[in-house]
Design a protein around this ligand. Structure first.
Ligand code: G1P
Length: 292
């Protein structure tokens, strides 16, 4: 098997305004809204770490510093907890190796492609991952680990995909699938961002996880505006097809669209129901509410 350069860096675009969740997101970044007791960003960072990623690159914007605080040491909190003999392990996921959290700013919201391009100096010449924290992917192993496993086989560029009802494709990036390599791995022959339903090449959508080669940064450099007047990552990736291997991994697990309010509520319920410490209580509450 060819040795592919390992994936050690991940970019998390977190500059979005989160207007769909106002007023909750007026003073709090949407990535810090909790699903049960963990902020959304924590799930994405945990997923990346499980996949062997070491460097966490946040593309942030104004009003988003609380995300970085979340991954810092909170001295007062920790010393008070210690004095009171509290269990400190709840904070473990928020700890970072010194120097492993890096932020860059996207000053103007010009689109996902532009946000990723803002991280070009840190990505350098390494292949890297991208995780969109709005998409909560729950699986064993997690989505990024499934992708890294596929990457170790085929190398090149990979995106995670899942099927949605045909009438929903216009909200997403859609792939044109090519040859099937295995049950979960397909070649990608084309990509289109937010196509009209009638023009969508399939109902397989990009679900917010990517492993890309650094050349995408050069492609983004000259990427014009696309769907919604934004610089789209999908358009830049589409231009790379043919020059570089491109595959889609069908994620085995559950996906929650936490960019929408109903998806957020669904995720909260689903994850609470799965928890050992509260699942049965939450089930009883849900049943009582539904019986009303
Ligand atoms: C972005 C991507 C799109 C992808 C989606 C997944 O769109 O551009 O290709 O399918 O995330 O959530 P956005 O949700 O930012 O409009």
């Amino acid at each position: 098997m060819t040795q592919h350069k390992p994936i050690k860096k991940a970019v998390f675009p977190v500059a979005g305004l989160g207007t769909r969740f106002l007023p909750a997101t007026k003073a709090i970044p949407k990535e810090l809204l909790p699903i049960v007791d963990r902020p959304l960003i924590q799930y994405a960072v945990d997923e990346a770490r499980e996949a062997g990623i070491e460097q966490i690159i946040f593309v942030t914007g104004r009003g988003k510093t609380a995300i970085v605080e979340h991954f810092d040491v909170a001295y007062e909190l920790e010393s008070t907890m210690e004095e009171r003999g509290k269990d400190m392990s709840v904070l473990d996921p928020t700890r970072a190796t010194p120097g492993d959290i890096i932020t860059v700013r996207q000053q103007v919201p010009l689109g996902l492609g532009h946000a990723i391009w803002c991280a070009r100096a840190i990505v350098g010449n390494d292949p890297f991952a991208i995780l969109l924290p709005d998409e909560l992917m729950v699986g064993e192993p997690g989505c990024m680990k499934q992708m890294v496993e596929a990457y170790n086989e085929v190398g090149g560029n990979l995106i995670s995909v899942l099927e949605v009802p045909q009438d929903e494709v216009s909200s997403y990036g859609v792939i044109a699938p090519g040859a099937e390599i295995s049950d979960a791995l397909t070649e990608v022959t084309g990509l289109v961002e937010k196509p009209p339903v009638a023009e969508a090449p399939s109902n397989k959508i990009i679900s917010g996880r990517y492993i890309l080669q650094p050349e995408v940064m050069r492609t983004l450099e000259t990427q014009g505006k696309g769907a919604g007047g934004e610089i789209q990552l999908t358009d830049a990736m589409a231009r790379m097809i043919g020059n570089q291997p491109f595959h889609a991994v069908t994620f085995a697990g559950n996906r929650y669209d936490c960019g929408s309010k109903t998806g957020f509520v669904e995720a909260t319920l689903a994850l609470a129901l799965e928890r050992d410490d509260m699942g049965s209580e939450v089930r009883a509450i849900a049943e009582r509410l539904l019986a009303k």
